[in-house]
Ligand binder design. Structure first.
Ligand SMILES: Nc1nc2c(ncn2[C@@H]2O[C@H](COP(=O)(O)OP(=O)(O)OP(=O)(O)O)[C@@H](O)[C@H]2O)c(=O)[nH]1
Ligand SMILES: [Mg+2]
Length: 578
């Protein structure tokens, strides 16, 4: 199934078109039929000759009902942009198109209606001209009359082509169903409807709403009962555990813990606001939420929402000024839980950080947040990459090495015969959210002994311990970038001092003047295991981000320990274990 919304000025024939396509009545209310005008969203569907089912969300054209229009269009992946042949481009044609453009809608059809009343060509040219400057540039067009049915079969053929070109939704993804209607059915209880754009709903599933957990009691799609419904679909969900009055349009049903409930967000604006403004309404999905705007950079802003929404990075919405009745800008969500801007200059720094990415990935989110769990990353819209540092925790490499550095410094500054610091004290000292992170920070020259963290070779004289701590900090980011002879000299790690550090196991030497941390061989082996096998010295050098001066003796050490072996003159492989 595909779901397509209508758009266009009042009275341009959208509902008539929906009727002609489906034989169904989209205007559900008596008042709508009496006034001959759509007020709220209408729903209808049809099966094309190809067997493809098309559900239509019919929106009102009148400017008073723009909020309803946006609730219908918000979650829809495609649109029919309608202009009447006898009236041409009008104010709401412009506002609706601006909304679609702000939301980044790329799929659709341009439809010239009421072609029995006037030559459709001028309207068609206008339509294409306006579309060409938007995300909908290049879409096809059809000329129809809802009255004479001229063009309706061409329109169906064009819809089949549009449907075939729509991107496949991810039916395995987490669900976020934006609610567009809530009602009760006698004997069944609360029912909500919406456009499902991702994931799959099954009877019995537990979902989350603003108010808490609910369970799916029954499902319908296009008037038929179903055990499961996958995106894309129009769906009616009968819920257990919630009152009709606790739900409304603009809330969402979501897979538990798969989204971030966000009340402050950082966004990119797709257009520069024409004037400074501090308030607007954020339209996203079927929601319309008042927001306070704080501009950060030229095209970035922080929004404070009047109520939280389940969001992820990459979500698109728009800001509208209901007083001036104008769309301010489209927004792309960049961060769903940005840190507070407290210090002077924090806003400028934030703008610069946001400016570095088009859309954040997990690495960018970690750069911004330092430490996040895989679950948090997924709920923010960026599945983690690489390995966790502890449990489900992922770390920004720079933050992680600065934590290592602080810990080594802290431990090495303690008196020579200190019994060490407890893991809990370190957790507190470094402000870590989980003590497992403190445990994971214990790498050479640190070691854990009886629940306490201390410096390996703690019997070293303080000057040498300090030098080792410095070297650890040097090597935190590039562990194989062994210090030069000058640096060793500067640190005082030469002669007797170096010998003492080596004896204590606080550092290791893999060749004359090539000093590394004691875990260097294990770490090198782990990194080399990622390389296509066999590999050359130069492959290893690049992978380990070091020089030949280090790579050669390091590989020889690995050979000597049976971790690697020579395959031929210039290539090696890791020895298989087990
Ligand atoms: N002659 C003629 N009249 C049409 C055609 N399509 C719609 N109309 C008439 O135009 C008027 C408005 O049509 P609707 O389909 O209600 O227009 P709409 O775009 O849904 O209007 P809103 O929902 O209020 O935005 C009605 O009187 C229709 O009968 C057409 O193709 N030819
Ligand atoms: Mg209508």
């Amino acid at each position: 199934m595909h779901v397509i919304a209508t758009a266009g000025h009042v009275d341009h024939g959208k509902s008539t078109l929906v009727r002609a396509l489906t034989g169904m009545e989209p205007d559900r209310w008596a008042e709508e039929r009496r006034r001959g005008m759509t007020i709220d969203l209408g729903f209808a569907w049809t099966t094309l000759a190809s067997g493809e089912r098309i559900a239509l969300v019919d929106v009102p054209g009148h400017e008073r009902f723009v909020t309803n229009m946006l609730a219908g269009v918000g979650p829809c992946p495609a649109v029919m942009m309608v202009v009447a042949a006898d009236q041409g481009w009008q104010a709401q044609s412009a506002e609706h198109l601006a909304a679609l453009d702000a939301l980044g809608v790329r799929h659709g059809l341009a439809v010239v209606t009421r072609a029995d009343l006037a030559d459709p060509e001028p309207a068609r040219r206008q339509l294409h001209d306006h579309l060409s400057r938007t995300s909908l540039a290049g879409i096809g067009s059809v000329v129809v009359s809802g009255r004479t049915r001229q063009g309706i079969s061409e329109l169906k053929a064009a819809l089949a082509r549009l449907a075939a070109a729509l991107p496949e939704p991810d039916t395995e993804d987490a669900v976020r169903l934006w609610i567009d209607r809530v009602f009760t059915i006698k004997g069944a209880g609360t029912v909500v409807t919406g456009t499902l754009t991702r994931g799959t709903l099954r009877v019995g599933d537990e979902l989350e709403t603003d108010g808490g957990r609910v369970r799916i009691r029954g499902l319908q799609t296009l008037g038929e009962q179903a055990e499961r419904v996958s995106a894309t679909a129009r769906v009616a969900v009968n819920l257990r555990g919630v009152d009709r009055d606790d739900l409304s349009r603009g809330m969402a049903l979501v897979t538990p813990e798969a989204w971030t409930s966000a009340q402050v967000i950082d966004v990119r604006l797709t257009a520069e606001p024409a004037r400074r403004r501090e308030e607007a309404v954020l339209h996203l999905g079927s929601a319309a939420v008042p927001v306070r705007i704080r501009l950060l950079g030229a095209d970035t802003a922080r929004l404070a929402l009047a109520r939280p929404l389940p969001l992820r990075t990459g979500d698109r919405g728009l800001l509208r000024d209901p007083g001036l009745r104008e769309i301010v800008a489209g927004v792309v969500v960049l961060d769903v839980r940005p840190a507070a801007l407290r210090r002077r200059g924090a806003a400028a720094a934030r703008a610069a950080a946001l400016g570095e990415v088009t859309l954040p990935d997990a690495a960018a989110l970690l750069r911004w947040h330092g430490l996040l769990t895989g679950r948090e990353l997924r709920a923010m819209g960026c599945p983690p990459e690489g390995e966790p540092v502890a449990g489900d925790w992922y770390a920004d490499p720079e933050r992680w090495s600065s934590l290592t550095r602080r810990l080594v410094e802290h431990v090495s500054q303690r008196p020579a015969h200190d019994p060490g610091v407890t893991v809990d004290a370190v957790t507190h000292l470094l402000g870590l959210p989980d003590r497992r992170l403190a445990e994971a920070l214990v790498v050479p020259p640190l070691l854990a002994e009886g629940g306490r963290i201390l410096l390996a070779g703690r019997s070293l004289p303080p000057a040498i311990a300090q030098a080792v701590a410095q070297l650890t900090a040097d090597l935190a980011e590039r562990p194989f970038d062994a210090p030069t002879a000058e640096r060793l000299d500067e640190l005082g790690l030469t002669g007797k001092a170096l010998a003492a550090a080596l004896r204590a196991g606080a550092v290791m030497s893999i060749g004359k003047n090539v000093v590394l941390m004691p875990d260097a061989l294990d770490r090198a082996a782990a990194m080399l295991a990622e390389l296509p096998s066999p590999f050359t010295v130069s492959d290893a050098r690049v992978a380990l981000a070091t020089s030949r001066r280090v790579a050669l003796p390091l590989l020889e050490c690995l050979d000597a320990r049976g971790i690697t072996h020579r395959v031929d003159n210039d290539r090696r492989a890791l020895r298989r274990h087990g």
